[in-house]
Write a protein that binds this ligand. Structure first.
Ligand code: ZN
Ligand code: CU
Length: 482
């Protein structure tokens, strides 16, 4: 007698192999049987004829450090996409281990003001997750920026001294002992851009003893993207540590086409050291508003602004015209603020998504007033738009990029594959109907076609009822065995 049997589903198991029809039994938090289970009964049964059952999706790139602390309804944006695990602490930005008594500097404020910056150790953050479990599983990275602010006492517009680097390294080491799984940088951002490659290599040298991973928002995603990829690969090789290049892209028209080179560099490096990358399925990006980087040939739409909330959703160029100011000055006046930038080429997006090592990561910004639609739609957009409509790759390949590949890259054991003994993180969806509905005009519209999502064997979401309220997620950590 199983707890649950999902009958006659098309199984896509996450390994990339073709779909097959089978029944799946779940007991407690694990999948206990897959096959023809006609002889087995269960407390609850679901007829999934015509539907697809896959491992719950792993969002390889999120900024959900705070959102996972805010309860199940907050995670509707993830559960409604079939996401059951999120990687937090990306781009050098993590909620631990540093506390602030005033609004933290950008881009740390993407996660909220000082009310959220209370975790001065990773242990404190992990304790909070244990005390009030999240609705999805979380895999945590430690960001370079919190380490830098803490070690340099706010005086960060310079290279760190050897003593400061040693201090950061000790803090990182502690956090990895306390349940974090890796280290992330955002070398494009202030203050991390002041850190030379040497600083990052020295910190990354602390990873191998924990079997931990290195992820990076590259120092440059435009004119110098090749050099930035080279730097990331060098850091991984020297540490040594597996490397993940975050939200890979080549921005601005003069750089379109460079992904041919960067992907070839990644392929060559991957032959020697584990390398991965993630991408989101859109040709616009989103982050803080940077006055030094706004330019007339890239449209920027305001996602949030503390002093001017009334301008949210408007184009920076319009606002600048209205104020009779140059773009950079208008941007300066809107700070602190965030924006959506229409800066990429669709052909590049498709080439990067198609690469064999590319995982799907939303890079969603859950606290933006008017978020980039990737927050609500990234995963269904890949399965609907790119698989069914564009035919970029087949469904098992798409699912692999959201599950098995991601679990293997990050070292997540017993998840990301649908097999007997694995955790029952599951996404049940209708492959004919799955689609993203969020767009730039209505960025928080719910996706269609995810019928149900289970986290650790507990039903977390149903399309016809919304979130169930169960918070069955937990902090998970990198396994050396993967
Ligand atoms: Zn980033
Ligand atoms: Cu990011």
């Amino acid at each position: 007698m199983a707890d649950l049997i999902i009958r006659s589903a098309e199984i896509i198991d996450g390994t990339g192999k073709p779909a097959f029809a089978a029944d799946v039994a779940i007991d407690g938090e694990r999948v206990t049987a897959i096959g023809d289970l006609a002889g087995l009964s269960a407390r609850e049964q679901i007829d999934a004829e015509g539907l697809t059952l896959a491992p719950g999706f792993i969002d390889a790139h999120t900024h959900d450090d705070r959102a996972i602390l805010e309860g199940a309804p907050r995670m509707l944006c993830k559960l409604s996409q079939g996401i059951t695990t999120v990687v937090v602490g990306n781009c050098g930005i993590s909620l631990a281990p540093v506390a602030f008594d005033r609004r933290p500097p950008a881009p740390l404020d993407l996660l909220g003001d000082e009310r959220w910056w209370t975790f001065d150790s990773f242990a404190a953050y992990a304790e909070r997750l244990a005390a009030t479990p999240p609705a999805v599983n979380a895999y945590a990275l430690i960001g370079h920026m919190p380490l830098r602010y803490e070690a340099m006492r706010g005086d960060t517009a310079r290279a760190a001294t050897p003593a400061e680097i040693a201090h950061m390294k000790a803090r990182l080491d502690r956090a990895l002992e306390q349940g974090a799984s890796g280290f992330s940088t955002g070398l494009w951002y202030v203050p991390s851009k002041e850190a030379g490659t040497d600083e990052v290599i020295e910190l990354a040298r602390g990873l191998s003893k924990h079997g931990a991973i290195y992820t990076t928002h590259l120092r440059d995603e435009g004119d110098a993207v090749e050099a930035a990829v080279e730097e990331a690969l060098l850091i991984g090789r020297d540490a040594p540590a597996p490397v993940v290049i975050s939200h890979h892209k080549c921005t601005a028209p003069e750089n379109f086409g460079k992904s041919r080179t960067t992907l070839a560099m990644i392929d060559a490096a991957a032959a020697r050291n584990p390398v991965g990358l993630d991408a989101y399925p859109y040709s616009a990006s989103s982050t803080t508003l940077r006055p030094d980087l706004v330019r007339p040939n890239i449209r920027a739409c305001i996602a949030w602004s503390v002093p001017y909330p009334e301008f949210v959703g408007r184009d920076l160029a319009d606002i600048a015209r209205e104020w009779n100011l140059p773009l950079a000055e208008a941007a300066q006046r809107l700070l602190p603020a965030g924006a959506v930038y229409f800066s990429m080429d669709e052909g590049e997006v498709q080439r990067i998504l198609s690469h064999r090592l590319t995982m799907i990561g939303s890079d969603g910004l859950p606290h933006d007033e008017r978020p980039h639609p990737r927050l609500w739609g990234a995963f269904p957009r890949v399965l609907g738009h790119y698989v069914r409509e564009v035919g970029l790759f087949d469904l098992p390949t798409a699912v692999h990029k959201m599950t098995g590949l991601t679990a293997a890259t990050f070292g997540i054991a017993d998840r990301g594959v649908l097999r007997e003994g694995a955790y029952a993180d599951l996404a049940l969806f209708d492959a004919r109907r799955i689609a993203d509905r969020a767009d730039y005009d209505e960025p928080t519209r719910l996706s269609a076609g995810i019928i149900a999502t289970w986290v650790n064997g507990r039903l977390a979401y149903r399309e016809d009822r919304g979130v169930t309220g169960y918070c069955a997620g937990r902090l998970i950590r990198r396994s050396r065995l993967c």
